[in-house]
Structure formats: structure tokens, C-alpha cells
Design a protein around this ligand. Structure first.
Ligand code: ADP
Ligand code: XUL
Length: 543
């Protein structure tokens, strides 16, 4: 008797994230029934990645073939665990945003003729015109960003068109760099995918479209018309705008559209049902938005490799610091996002310096036994930060820049407080503009498991924090959101419209986990103004 015997339908969501490929399977009631992961550094060491990437100064890439190989490894793990592939009705997925994959001219024939007796990586060796995919951590395209803003008429024009000013990691600027530095590779490219549409392509055996939500992270999509903007294509392709448009394909507006059946490779090799459908895959942040039935005033904070803040808005409301993205399934809606590059990896860096055994247990012990100190504020931009655009570690004691705090352990508290103060500052600005108040704060991502970190979050925001129910499952909101999307597409197909979607059920997957200590909240409220002033000093020091 297997744990899956009573279930008739399963929906799976993948997340091709920075450090891992993850899978979540849910049943009709949105309950999570299965999860698994492949960790790139540990399980694919022959690609030589560190934290899932290859870093070379500001250039941060990932071997595309590693992602391909990880898919077979994950599915093979499931096969060994007797996962009932035959019960999967729909598949969707998520991917780290902005990363790009360059398919060669022979890729279409390789993809359509996949042989189930051979692993994917073996068969797709020649499917890429660029072997190393640029990723979201890359910040090597400042030149392209300046050029884009200048040629389009300024940052504000770009913000109003695409929802964001020019960012180094955004795909249009990465494409512009390839066009300039490696024009041969550009001409040898038949299609450019995002990480999300790349994974969907593997399942389909033909090119999957870029969905408009993940497509909003490229500096190429007009978020109002939901079409590629010709002027931007022209600038980001050294004048070969028409060619670039062909290489991108049409963006997909309908996030629940059936794109086709799963390729025979997966039917024969793993036992998927030949009628199992593939729908558009999206970015990890848009997918995370779907993992919770987010409503106006709900804020999702994701503490993963990157830290992100997601806010639902019905009107596009671009600012120069946030991103406005098209909603992944509601074609007339949008959401706002803030993204911090110094998330979990920078917390790990501080943990490793200030704890003897590099453990979260000791890190938490320091957090638990320390108190906020108003005069001690730190900024931890180990990697080139996005908000604000700054790099370096800065500690202030009584508004004076110091090399180290008198009690070095204070760094543990300072890094956590600093991130949440920065988020609160920006969230308040966005909410004030939308005349909203925080109704609910939901925390997801790897570090959301950490109760001590979540306590500081509740204290800084002065509000109760909700988290996905753990029960040993529910670790990944992006693959969970992708599975929810697959389930919704199935309902849409069954009922021919979306009005029967009882999406509220999903809220049962979340629980309130902690209440704030209001004396601490008052304390942080008094600290935030000074924080803002010191942040200005840090930014000035970069000029
Ligand atoms: P991604 O999806 O971007 O690969 P995850 O959301 O899975 O990332 O988060 C991975 C990160 O979670 C790790 O880098 C690790 O630092 C962090 N993490 C895991 N457990 C804890 C913990 N108990 N406390 C703080 N951070 C944690
Ligand atoms: C969002 C961003 C990251 C990636 C990786 O703009 O760059 O959150 O999606 O998770």
C-alpha cells in the first residue's frame, strides 16, 4: 500500500532555483503530498559550481547542461521512490528570474527526437549556442544599462514602459552584452529562453513561450501592451531588433494555457501519462505569489538565496526602486517586487564568521540572547546590492563608521535587523502610495524556517507573521505556487472558466507563527529614521 494509493489526481510544480532544482506535488485540495530536491553543488559536483553558480568577478553564470542533467537526477529519485507519475494531470514550474538560455539552430530537432533510453544531458550537449547561462546574480552589464536608459530617454521612461529601470541582471541587458561581446553566438542562436521557459521546453520537446510575468523581468516587455517593445529590442540587440523578436518568440499572456502534452521521453522513461499537460512556467517570484491567495494588503517576504518582497497591486505602480511585474495568471493585474541580492548567502557569511561552528543554532542563540541597540546599525552588502546600489560592509556606532562593533556578536542581530528595516522603509512607501495597510505578512524561503529570524521580522513590522505549515513539507513556495498554477489550469480546463476556483482553500496551508513584541516594534520605529540617514551615507561613499 503506497501513500499515493488514495489519490486520483496530482499536480506538480518545479522550481529551478539558484542552488537547487525542487519539486512539489499537490493533490486536488492543494495539500502538499510530496517534495524532493536536487542540490547542484552536492549532487552535480562535476560542474564545479559554488552555491549553484560560477562566479568570475561581476560575471555570474551557470552551466546550462547542469540544469538539464539535474532534471533527470530528480525524476530518477522519484522513480526509485515509486512516485506515481501516471497520476500527474498537469505540470508547471518556476525558475530563478532573469537568467537566459541560448538554444542552437539544431536544438529543435534534438528536442523533438529525444530518446528515452539516453539521459537528456547526453542528447542535448549540442543544443546550446552559449554554454554558460547568465544568471540573476550577474552584475557585469552596467555599460549596457546606462546605454539602454540613455537611448530610451531616461530611467523614468523605461520604468513606465517595462515596470523597472535598467538592471544589470535583467535579460535585455544580458542579451545586449552577448550581442556586443559574442556576435557569433547571437547569430548561432535560434531561441532565447528564460530559466522558466527553458524547463517547460524540456518537458514539451519544443520551444515553450516566455510568460508575461517572468517576461516583465527583462527590460524588454511593455507591461501595458504585454508585447515586446520594438525600440527596446533594437537597443538590446545592437540594432538587430527584428531578429531578437524572432529569437524570443511571442510572449504568452494566458498563464493557464495548455501548451501541449508531456514529451514521449518522460512517458517512456518515467511513466508519465501521455495525456499529462504542460502549461506555461513562470518566474520563482510570480510563482511564490500564487502559493498564497494573496490579496491587497498582503505582503509576502521571501528569504531565499535572494530576499524578495511581493505586494499585490491591481494597478501598475512602477517606482525607480521596485519592480512592477505582470501577474502570472490575471492578465489585467500586476504586482510589485523588491529584490535584495544579499539574502541567505550573506547571512551564511556572517554566521560563519561569528559562530564557532558555523551553525544556525549558535547564530540563533546569539539572536535570542541579545537585544536591539539603537546606536548600532550595520549594512551588509557582500555582493553588489540592488537596493540600494552599494557594495561593502559598513558598521555604525553612534553614527560613526567603525571597523567592528565593540561586541562583534552584534553583527548577527544587525544583519537581520538591517534587512527588515530596509524592507519596512520601502514597503511603507509603496503602501502609502496605494493607500493600503499591511493586512497580513507571510514569510517563505529557506530562512523562513528559522524561528528567531521570524521573531525579529514580526518585531520590526509590528505584525503577526504567517508561515507555510511545515509537517516536514512545504519548504518551497515557488514550486508550491507552480503546482497550484497547474491545479488551477486543470480546473479551468474542466470547468471552462476560472470562476469555480476555490483558491481560498490554499490558505489552510499557512499558519500564524509569531506575534510581535510591541516594545521592540516601538524601538525599531524610533531607529528607522536614523537607519535611512546612515544608508544615505553608505550610498554617498560609493559615488
Ligand atoms: P533558493 O530557492 O534561492 O535556492 P532557498 O529558499 O531554498 O533558496 O533558501 C536557501 C537558503 O536558506 C540557504 O542558502 C540557507 O542559508 C538558508 N537557510 C536554510 N535553513 C536556514 C535556517 N535554519 N536559518 C537561516 N537560513 C536558513
Ligand atoms: C528577482 C531576482 C531573484 C531571482 C532568484 O528579481 O533576481 O529573486 O528570481 O530567485
Amino acid at each position: 500500500m503506497s501513500e499515493f494509493d488514495d489519490l486520483s489526481n496530482l499536480y506538480i510544480g518545479f522550481d529551478l532555483s539558484t542552488q537547487q532544482l525542487k519539486l512539489t506535488a499537490i493533490e486536488d485540495t492543494y495539500k502538499i503530498v510530496f517534495e524532493d530536491i536536487v542540490h547542484f553543488d552536492k549532487e552535480l559536483p562535476h560542474y564545479g559550481t559554488r552555491n549553484g553558480v560560477i562566479s568570475n568577478g561581476e560575471t555570474v553564470t551557470c552551466p546550462t547542461l547542469m540544469w538539464v542533467e539535474s532534471l533527470d537526477i530528480l525524476l530518477q529519485k522519484l522513480k526509485i521512490k515509486e512516485f506515481p507519475f501516471g497520476k500527474v494531470r498537469m505540470i508547471s514550474g518556476a525558475g530563478q528570474q532573469h537568467g537566459s538560455i541560448y538554444w542552437s539552430h539544431i536544438a529543435p530537432s534534438l528536442l523533438s527526437s529525444l530518446d528515452p533510453s539516453q539521459p537528456l544531458a547526453h542528447q542535448l550537449k549540442n543544443a546550446f549556442s552559449v554554454q554558460q547561462s547568465p544568471t540573476w546574480q550577474d552584475s557585469s552589464t552596467s555599460e549596457q544599462c546606462h546605454q539602454l536608459e540613455e537611448l530610451i530617454g531616461g530611467a523614468e521612461v523605461l520604468v513606465n514602459l517595462t515596470g523597472s529601470k535598467a538592471y544589470e541582471r535583467f535579460t535585455g541587458n544580458q542579451i545586449a552584452k552577448i550581442c556586443k561581446t559574442n556576435p557569433t553566438a547571437f547569430s548561432q542562436t535560434s531561441r532565447i529562453s528564460l530559466v522558466s521557459s527553458f524547463l517547460a521546453t524540456l518537458f514539451l520537446g519544443h520551444y515553450a513561450p516566455i510568460d508575461i510575468s517572468d517576461g516583465s523581468g527583462m527590460n524588454l516587455l511593455n507591461i501595458h501592451t504585454k508585447k515586446w517593445e520594438d525600440k527596446l529590442l533594437h537597443i538590446c540587440s545592437c540594432g538587430a531588433g527584428r531578429k531578437l523578436k524572432e529569437k524570443l518568440g511571442e510572449p504568452e499572456i494566458d498563464g493557464l494555457k495548455i501548451l501541449g502534452n508531456v514529451h514521449e521521453y518522460f512517458v517512456k522513461r518515467y511513466g508519465f501519462n501521455k495525456d499529462c499537460k504542460i502549461i506555461p512556467f513562470t518566474g520563482d517570484n510570480p510563482a511564490t505569489l500564487l502559493s498564497f491567495n494573496i490579496k491587497p494588503g498582503n505582503i509576502v517576504i521571501s528569504l531565499g538565496t535572494s530576499d524578495t518582497v511581493l505586494l499585490y497591486t491591481s494597478q501598475p505602480s512602477p517606482t525607480s526602486e521596485s519592480h512592477t511585474l505582470c501577474h502570472p495568471i490575471m492578465p489585467t493585474s500586476y504586482f510589485s517586487m523588491l529584490c535584495y541580492k544579499n539574502g541567505s548567502l550573506t547571512r551564511e557569511y556572517i554566521r560563519d564568521i561569528y559562530t564557532k561552528d558555523a551553525s544556525w543554532k549558535r547564530f540563533n542563540n546569539i539572536l535570542d540572547t541579545s537585544k536591539p541597540i539603537k546606536s548600532k546599525i550595520g549594512f551588509y552588502f557582500l555582493l553588489q546590492e540592488i537596493i540600494p546600489f552599494a557594495k561593502g560592509i559598513f558598521r555604525f556606532d553612534n553614527n560613526k563608521l567603525v571597523k567592528e562593533f565593540d561586541d562583534p556578536n552584534h553583527n548577527v542581530r544587525a544583519i537581520i535587523e538591517s534587512q527588515f528595516l530596509s524592507m519596512k522603509l520601502r514597503i511603507n512607501k509603496l503602501l502609502r502610495r496605494d493607500k493600503e495597510k499591511i493586512q497580513k505578512l507571510i514569510v517563505v524561503g529557506g530562512a523562513s524556517k528559522n524561528d528567531q529570524i521570524v521573531k525579529v521580522l514580526a518585531d520590526v513590522f509590528g505584525t503577526q507573521v504567517w508561515r507555510i505549515k511545515s509537517e516536514g513539507k512545504g519548504g518551497n513556495s515557488a514550486s508550491m505556487g507552480a503546482a497550484v498554477k497547474a491545479r488551477m489550469a486543470f480546473l479551468k480546463q474542466e470547468f471552462k472558466n476560472t470562476t469555480n476556483l476555490n483558491y481560498d482553500e490554499i490558505e489552510g496551508n499557512y499558519l500564524p507563527v509569531t506575534m510581535p513584541k510591541f516594545e521592540n516594534t516601538k524601538f525599531y520605529d524610533n531607529m528607522i529614521e536614523n537607519y535611512q540617514e546612515l544608508e544615505k551615507l553608505v550610498i554617498q561613499s560609493q559615488l
